[in-house]
Design a protein around this ligand. Structure first.
Ligand SMILES: [Zn+2]
Ligand SMILES: [Zn+2]
Length: 288
């Protein structure tokens, strides 16, 4: 499968000369499975450019949109996703077990007056709600009947909750996305660290929340995000092959991301690990 990053900035979009290399769009990822299914994860501002690319390409009209949660940086791009306004498209929106109603409600609510000039009635795509608990019905909805791919979800440790996802390809290779999750603090609905380690066990590619340095985290405990060290430790303990650092803090310039990445690589060497670590960058694609 191929994973393309359309946005990996956390909290708010950050255009400008200091964020050109890693990007300023908030979270959106495209997963193209080996059998041609398109799974989009999150509708942050990055989904606008993905929508433009899909419209230009014309061929892929059956889309699955997985929502990690409904915080603005993961939701606010949806009214600018052009395929939603075309009757040619069918979009199944999923946001974890029991969350289907709330995800649709959140998408609708942000377009209600006075928040947006165009309401949900302008949406012309076939929009349907699914869930992603891994049951046979969701397997069918998410990936399509007869596909050898599977999609698993796990609750995030984040204020107001949310979902992490693991997509496993026909060849058994797995991509895991855990954004907006705080490893060192327990939020309602969140799980113990060991359960996230097991969820990521042996993954070929993990994108994990790494918003803060250790110094910053002293002031941001309970805000729902992890540190660089937390993300690296989890990836090493789970035997992950490649780790992409994600949900870059809005104040983190490109040069600062480089510095933090260098710190992570030195720390990985100290731990005698072969983990391949990089910082997620908008516009890059990763084969899994
Ligand atoms: Zn976020
Ligand atoms: Zn969040």
């Amino acid at each position: 499968m191929k994973v393309t990053i359309w946005g990996c900035r956390g909290s708010i979009t950050t255009p400008g000369p200091d964020t050109v290399r890693y990007g300023g769009e908030s979270t959106c990822f495209e997963v193209l499975t080996d059998d041609g299914k398109t799974i989009i994860i999150d509708a942050g501002s990055g989904i606008r450019k993905l929508g433009n690319a899909l419209i230009k390409e014309k061929t892929r009209t059956d889309l699955t949109l997985l929502m990690t949660h409904a915080h603005w940086d993961h939701l606010a791009g949806f009214p600018f996703f052009k395929p939603a306004f075309s009757p040619r498209y069918a979009i199944t929106v999923c946001g974890g077990p029991d969350a289907q109603d709330s995800v649709m409600k959140s998408l609708r609510h942000q377009m209600d007056p006075p928040y947006f000039p165009v309401d949900m009635s302008a949406i012309k795509a076939t929009l349907s709600a699914g869930c992603s608990c891994g049951c046979a019905e969701c397997e069918h909805r998410l990936i399509g009947a007869g596909s050898a791919h599977r999609c698993d979800s796990i609750p995030l440790n984040h204020p107001n909750g949310g979902w992490g996802f693991k997509i496993t390809g026909q060849n058994g290779r797995a991509f895991v996305l855990l954004t907006d999750t705080e490893i060192r603090f327990h939020h309602e609905g969140g799980l113990a660290r060991e359960e996230y380690v097991e969820f990521c066990r042996g993954a070929d590619l993990l994108f994990h929340d790494a918003q803060y340095t250790e110094e910053e985290y002293a002031k941001t405990v309970t805000w729902g995000h992890s540190t660089y060290k937390d993300a690296v430790d989890l990836a090493i303990d789970a035997g992950v092959k490649r780790l992409g650092l994600l949900h870059h803090d809005p104040e983190r310039t490109d040069d600062e991301v480089d510095r933090q990445l260098a710190w992570c690589r030195a720390y990985i060497a100290d731990r005698n690990s072969t983990l391949d670590c990089f910082a997620c960058a908008e516009g890059t694609a990763h084969e899994v």
